[in-house]
Design a protein around this ligand. Structure first.
Ligand code: FUB
Length: 339
């Protein structure tokens, strides 16, 4: 009887281990997974990659996504359900092209889907859509969020109920074109183009109580090294590029992000959600494919990272989401993952 029990346990463990290395779904391409637990169920809000036939370039034009599908599962290792189209670009009145990495939040009986998309002038803005169900369908607001720009919104609600949006991305994400505060159509296509100045920062802003607007100034997410010096533009291994996320662990705020052209996931910590943050290190080595994008979530007392690679297609714009465990070391550092 004992042997039988042990073998059932072994099989369970093998199945979970296998699940943790495989794409969550293979019937569509998915990327940029923002995972949340709503009502005891795991929901994943990913980009839906398609092959639009657009040649690859540094601007990311080949990422020409047109809708979102939401995935859910009851537990890690459980069956994954695709809930179909939750939001279509054709239903967003102000949208031009490229529905990039979304995130979701819940407040007072409503679910919010935040999404970056280029407007009709080809400038990235961030929009919000609402639903009474975490799986959608979502109805978009008529206009983008006032004062929003760039890409990759990540919404974090602190224990006191205050919600913050982190957003931004350089290169194709256009953050550098907003360096003066106004969009510069002829601005740099990469960064500040000065290796010795502090690197461009991700942005953070408080959200209004109705979760539909910014409430207060857009601030820089400052990341300093352990000597209190800001990371510089030339510091490609450590500086912020795109794909931010925020989670709180042991009363510390962990700002996590992609280093883009060096393909790492890195973290920085602070005692406050708005920083300044102290650079901590890499916590995931490069995945297969150019982009790396993640979210971090606690599920039944264990921490997981949802991320993507290109295992199914071998093509950088046709990605697949995955999940694996994340370890917080006793000293507060994050254990490095070799995906
Ligand atoms: O999916 C398009 C873009 O690729 C995302 O917005 C970035 O974070 C990168 O994953």
């Amino acid at each position: 009887e004992k042997e039988k029990e042990a073998s059932v346990e072994d099989t369970k463990e093998t199945t979970e281990k296998e699940f943790l290395t495989q794409p969550l779904v293979s019937h569509i391409y998915t990327a940029d997974p923002s995972a949340h637990v709503f009502d005891g169920k795991i929901y994943i809000y990913p980009s839906h990659d398609i092959d639009a036939g657009i040649p690859e370039n540094d601007n990311g034009d080949h990422f020409d996504m047109r809708d979102y599908h939401i995935l859910s599962m009851d537990s890690i290792g459980g069956k994954v359900t695709d809930h179909g189209i939750a939001l279509d670009i054709k239903d967003i009145p102000w949208a031009g092209r490229q529905l990039w990495a979304p995130d979701a939040a819940y407040k007072n009986g409503t679910y919010y889907l935040y999404f970056p998309v280029k407007d009709k002038d080809d400038v990235f803005r961030i929009g919000v859509a609402t639903s009474k169900s975490p799986q959608g369908p979502f109805t978009p607001e008529k206009e983008p969020i006032k004062g929003s720009f760039s890409i990759d919104p990540a919404v974090f609600t602190d224990d006191d109920g205050t919600s913050y949006m982190y957003f931004g991305g350089i290169w194709g994400g256009q953050l550098q074109q907003w360096a003066s505060g106004k969009f510069d159509a002829n601005g740099s296509k990469t960064d500040l183009e000065d290796p010795n100045v502090p690197a461009l920062s991700c942005k953070v802003v408080k959200l209004s109580n109705d979760m539909l607007q910014f409430d207060g100034p857009v601030q820089d997410v400052v990341i300093n090294d352990s000597n209190g010096k800001p990371l510089l533009t030339s510091d490609h291994d450590r500086r912020f590029f795109e794909g931010s996320w925020m989670h709180k662990y042991n009363n510390k705020y962990y700002f996590t992000y992609s280093t883009g052209d060096t393909h790492y996931l890195a973290y920085a910590t602070s005692d406050k959600p708005t920083g300044p943050f102290v650079y901590g290190g890499h916590f995931m080595n490069p995945v297969q494919g150019w982009t790396t994008h993640h979210s971090i979530v606690e599920i039944n007392g264990k921490w997981y990272i949802f991320y993507h690679d290109t295992q199914l297609s071998g093509k950088t714009h046709l990605r697949n989401v995955k999940v694996t465990e994340l370890t917080h070391n006793p000293d507060g550092s994050l254990e490095l993952i070799n995906p």
